[in-house]
Design a protein around this ligand. Structure first.
Ligand SMILES: NC(=O)c1ccc[n+]([C@@H]2O[C@H](COP(=O)([O-])OP(=O)(O)OC[C@H]3O[C@@H](n4cnc5c(N)ncnc54)[C@H](O)[C@@H]3O)[C@@H](O)[C@H]2O)c1
Length: 263
């Protein structure tokens, strides 16, 4: 683990999320934090940032920010944490697998945290869960049909989605199953489940809507503490329509807070 006054950050993945996170860190817009480099699957010509091997990343970084997907998180989380490097995850849907969650929980001394990503209200839901438990949470996500097509879908379902003239319910079920079936689209249900500390309390509903120019998440929760309803509409990232443009900025906000806490 690196030491020093600046919080040194490695960015895992350089797609829609990672490229913005790396760009902003390199530009010095996150007080107290700096870009140490990016960690890629394979070297990329013409990239303006230093490309780190895993060996260099774990030696030089205080924090790795995962912006690379659930599989990349699964493959690297334990090693990162065991090296004493903190890990900030975007793809926390991977934690729906109890075996992986247990491995990560047992790993250290690095610490794992996850981003609020495309949504908000997690602090209030966490407080309500702590006060008296949450009886039920429904997370309804509405996205354009084309971006919800998954490799496991059969031709009929793909066709229904691609030609949908109105809203189609694609999924309704436990948050853990949602995060696994739609790994790039339902990390938000996972974020809610982690905030309330109960995967079984959270039901995810996914609607393919040809009118969904903005990606919408509606979170409805109730329990002894009260009744809550949040509606969030994000513009998709211009670099990847599956991802909301706000997500890298949520990560940058978390990095700034972590850097400040460290001082
Ligand atoms: N929490 C949230 O609200 C939220 C929202 C959107 C996306 N996400 C998560 O963030 C992930 C990234 O989103 P994105 O829009 O940037 O995707 P993207 O496809 O634009 O970019 C992903 C990048 O990661 C790279 N990558 C994949 N596996 C890698 C590995 N093992 N090592 C290094 N690089 C690897 C890819 O080459 C690609 O450049 C998604 O897969 C999703 O799990 C979370």
């Amino acid at each position: 683990m690196a030491t020093g006054s600046m919080y040194r950050v490695g960015v895992l993945g350089h797609g829609a999320i990672g490229s913005v996170v790396a760009e902003q860190l390199a530009a010095g817009t996150v007080h107290g934090a700096q870009l140490e480099g990016v960690i890629l699957r394979r070297p990329q010509a013409g990239l303006e940032h230093e490309q780190l091997s895993w060996e260099a990343a774990l030696e030089r970084c205080d924090l790795v920010v995962e912006c690379a997907g659930q599989q990349a998180l699964r493959e690297n989380a334990v090693c990162i944490l065991a090296s004493g490097v903190d890990l900030l995850a975007s793809s926390m849907g991977a934690l729906a697998d109890p075996e992986f969650a247990a491995q990560v929980q047992a790993a250290g001394p690095g610490r794992l945290s996850s981003t609020a990503g495309a949504i908000g209200g997690l602090d209030l839901l966490g407080a309500a869960a702590r006060m008296g438990g949450i009886d039920q949470v429904l997370v309804t996500t509405r996205k354009l049909p084309a971006i919800l097509v998954q490799p496991w879908m059969d031709a009929q379902l793909r066709g229904e989605l691609e030609q949908a003239a109105g809203p189609v319910e694609v999924f309704r079920g436990p948050a853990a199953a949602a995060a696994q079936d739609f790994p790039k689209s339902l990390n938000v249900a996972a974020a809610v489940a982690l905030a309330v500390g109960d995967w079984d309390a959270v039901t995810a509903r996914l609607i393919a809507d040809p009118e969904a120019g903005l990606t919408e998440h509606r979170i409805e929760a109730r329990g002894p503490a009260g009744e809550y309803s949040f509606s969030i509409k994000n513009h998709p990232s211009p670099r990847n329509p599956r991802t909301s443009g706000i997500v890298p900025w949520a990560l940058l906000h978390s990095i700034r807070q972590a850097a400040a806490a460290r001082r």
